[in-house]
Design a protein. Structure first.
Length: 412
């Protein structure tokens, strides 16, 4: 039995192959082509966005941008390899309409248009929104730590230098005879010669390493990242409102739901979100009574009475407002010592002369935020925000994202 035979290399055909038939209708190249085709290249800062009337014609920056994006999506970084792809890859032939720019033109385009390419990337979210890929009803927020490409010793030395400079600023030069001005000047000169971005030391696995905390807001419709920010905070408790506000600016909606894990529990930021129409869905973390080995009543055993701004204890006694702690953002309520002294429940309540209860300044917002964090909402969070990071690691296994670790789930 003979093998399946191919066509002869010199055999002519009556109906030549149409290049468009070789690229599927749902191929990523068609998305890149449509995206770049609607960009205002001149507004974004691309040179030669309008062809010159004289001189040798150059390549349309749209074509080179398409090639750049194709290389990014397929992990082809070398300009020489991209030149080779233009001559052998059917997808690139379709995308560039059989243009074959040389590697020097490709490299020069990337060198000259770093900021313009970044600006073009920002336009991807509005493009996806115009195509109906972003609904904006539910947004998931999460953070991941990315190991910085930096020496641990260099990062630590820079961190120590910055702390040294900060401490020197607090000293009064005239009243401090031991002030080392020469040391400050030397430290400043060293920082000037090392202008790389700051990094923070964060726990990654079992080690503390220089890293960044990447915060992202992801739309739930198709798990597309609509806003992101790189922060130096090792925890997430100060990122809820900024990331929600960034998502709102992109979506252009008056109200939507934001879901995040317990690491984002922050009453003050929850109140800000509610004030701007954003509904946070986050499990609230609360402090527990550290005394009595769990034998004392916890705070939830005391009933708050908003009309009188007091608490009612399990023994039906009143705790009145006594102090406000700005640092902890809490209000202290104290019982009457006489009431506690004659109470039959005192042994289960406190070892002090009177029981004290603290209430968060934004307790109402915390409560509403916690009630919205249903099991269904938390399942949605996992399936949405984890999807984007998994996609990054899958498509770019050699990138820093492949060593990403989940942000620490700290109580706030």
């Amino acid at each position: 039995m003979a093998y399946i035979q191919g066509e002869g290399r010199n055999q002519g055909t009556l109906f030549p192959v149409v290049l468009d038939d070789l690229v599927p209708a749902d191929h990523m190249c068609r998305v890149v082509d449509a995206f770049v085709g609607q960009l205002d290249m001149e507004k974004l800062g691309f040179e030669r966005a309008q062809p010159a009337e004289t001189g040798r014609p150059g390549y349309d920056p749209r074509s080179l941008l398409k090639l750049y994006l194709y290389g990014y999506l397929n992990q082809i970084r070398s300009s020489r390899r991209l030149e080779t792809e233009c001559r052998r890859n059917v997808e690139v032939m379709w995308l560039l309409e059989r243009l074959c720019p040389d590697y020097k033109s490709i490299a020069e385009f990337r060198r000259m248009h770093r900021e313009a390419v970044t600006a073009a990337g920002v336009e991807l979210v509005p493009f996806a929104k115009s195509c109906g890929l972003i609904r904006g009803e539910w947004v998931a927020i999460d953070g991941s730590k990315f190991r910085a490409v930096a020496s641990i010793d260099t990062a630590r030395e820079r961190f120590q230098l910055q702390r040294y400079l900060d401490s020197m600023e607090k000293l009064d030069i005239e009243e401090s005879p031991g002030f080392d001005n020469a040391g400050v000047q030397a430290a400043l000169e060293k920082l000037k010669h090392h202008p790389e971005p700051e990094v923070g030391f964060m726990v990654m696995g079992r080690h503390t390493q220089p890293a960044y905390n990447l915060q992202s807001s992801v739309d739930a419709e198709h798990a597309l990242i609509i806003a992101h920010e790189v922060v130096l905070d090792a925890t997430d408790n100060r990122s809820l409102e900024p990331m929600a506000a960034a998502a709102k600016a992109v979506l252009g909606r008056e109200t939507f739901h934001v879901v995040a894990d317990a690491g984002y529990s922050n009453g003050e930021q929850a109140a800000k979100c509610e004030g701007s129409g954003i509904l946070p869905c986050v499990p609230a973390t609360r402090t527990r009574n550290p005394h009595g080995d769990g034998t004392f009543f916890q705070c939830y055993a005391f009933r708050y009475q908003p009309e009188s701004e007091t608490y009612l204890c399990p023994g039906e006694k009143t705790l009145k407002r006594k102090a406000r702690l700005k640092k902890d953002k809490s209000i202290i309520y104290l019982a009457n010592a006489k009431d506690c002294g004659g109470c039959s429940l005192k042994q289960r309540c406190t070892a002090s002369t009177a029981r004290r209860v603290s209430r968060h300044m934004f307790e109402d917002s915390l409560t509403r935020m916690n009630e919205r964090a249903t099991a269904a909402a938390m399942r949605l969070r996992r399936s949405v925000v984890e999807h984007s990071f998994a996609t990054i690691k899958y498509r770019h296994p050699g990138s820093p994202a492949s060593s990403v670790t989940r942000a620490s789930r700290c109580s706030h």
